[in-house]
Design a protein. Structure first.
Length: 260
């Protein structure tokens, strides 16, 4: 299904969603967030897709935030509905059984930083800038920034970024552990595709279980998290792919995984 503000491409088991409103620096209005939710659901239904990349159109922004022109006249009930929609998008990305990669090609501010943080892996171009500048508008992050930024960079750094609204450059974000690597702009997407393709070649059930256990375990006490791991580890031994992966190793040949 074609979308107005989101482009979808799929190659070699990797889907790429491009937020495509470059004139507004890819700002997230309601229509775009709704389209992104549908696009993520579409990706979830396509069993040939083994990894998802999110990026922004143009050379300036990943996403410069939620759409301020649209939010300017919202009253509290509309703001709550908008925030719920943004949270739904984050939840959909986190519950996708495949890894998601944010290719942050420019500004990732407010809702843009929040969108990146709902992805499993974040890579940035040298031009990227991150921030939660909502206090400049006398609001707070509304798409999961207070919770996800604190989990990503720690509560102390999250407080500083959210209270001051300061932007940080890609190197700073890398020092904070917010991004995994900083690349020259032209190498960002090729790098993300390489990582995505590498993941797409692994046992999909294993990758999906790893994502699930890492996410669920992060909010649990250690013993409960380890119990989840044991369960998932054992479950995978009931799959054909586990037999195939281990047989292929012993027979010194590449495995042929089928996702069963
Ligand atoms: N919403 C709507 N439009 C936006 C936008 C946004 N978040 N960010 C940029 N734009 C628009 C600008 O209004 C401008 O449009 P016009 O050409 O029609 O005037 C166009 O994009 C280009 O932007 P600038 O001219 O401002 O570009 P710049 O290079 O001078 O500055 C910038 C770039 C620093 C990113 C600046 O645009 C900016 O500060 N944007 C707002 C960032 C922000 O506050 N984001 C948080 C939003 S609140 C939020 O996201 C809440 C939440 O958690 C859900």
């Amino acid at each position: 299904m074609p979308f107005e503000n989101v482009l979808i491409e799929t190659h070699d088991g990797v889907a790429t969603l491009t937020i495509n409103r470059p004139k507004s620096l890819n700002a997230l209005n309601t229509a775009t967030v709704a389209e992104l939710c549908l696009a993520v659901e579409q990706v979830a239904d396509d069993r040939s897709v083994k990894a998802l990349i999110l990026t922004g159109a143009g050379d300036k922004a990943f996403v410069a935030g939620a759409d301020i022109a649209e939010m300017a006249h919202m009253a509290s009930p509309a703001a709550l509905t908008f925030s719920e929609l943004g949270h739904r998008l984050g939840d959909l990305l986190e519950s996708l059984p495949i890894p998601t990669i944010a290719a942050v090609n420019g500004f990732a501010l407010g809702g843009g930083c929040e969108l990146a943080m709902a992805c499993d892996l974040i890579y940035a171009s040298e031009k990227a800038r991150f921030g939660q500048p909502e206090v400049n508008l006398s609001v707070i992050p509304g798409f999961g920034g207070t919770s996800r930024l604190a989990r990503r960079v720690g509560p102390h750094r999250a407080r500083e970024l959210i209270f001051t609204g300061d932007l940080i450059d890609a190197a700073h974000a890398e020092r904070y552990g917010l991004v995994l690597a900083v690349l020259p702009p032209e190498q960002l997407l090729p790098h993300c595709r390489e990582v995505a393709k590498k993941i797409a070649g692994k046992g999909p059930l294993a990758v999906s279980q790893a994502k699930k256990v890492l996410a669920a375990g992060a909010d649990l006490p250690l013993q409960a998290a380890n119990a989840l791991e044991r369960q998932a580890f054992a479950t995978l031994f009931g799959s054909r792919d586990q037999k195939e992966g281990m047989a292929a190793f012993l027979e010194k040949r590449p495995p042929r995984f089928e996702g069963h």
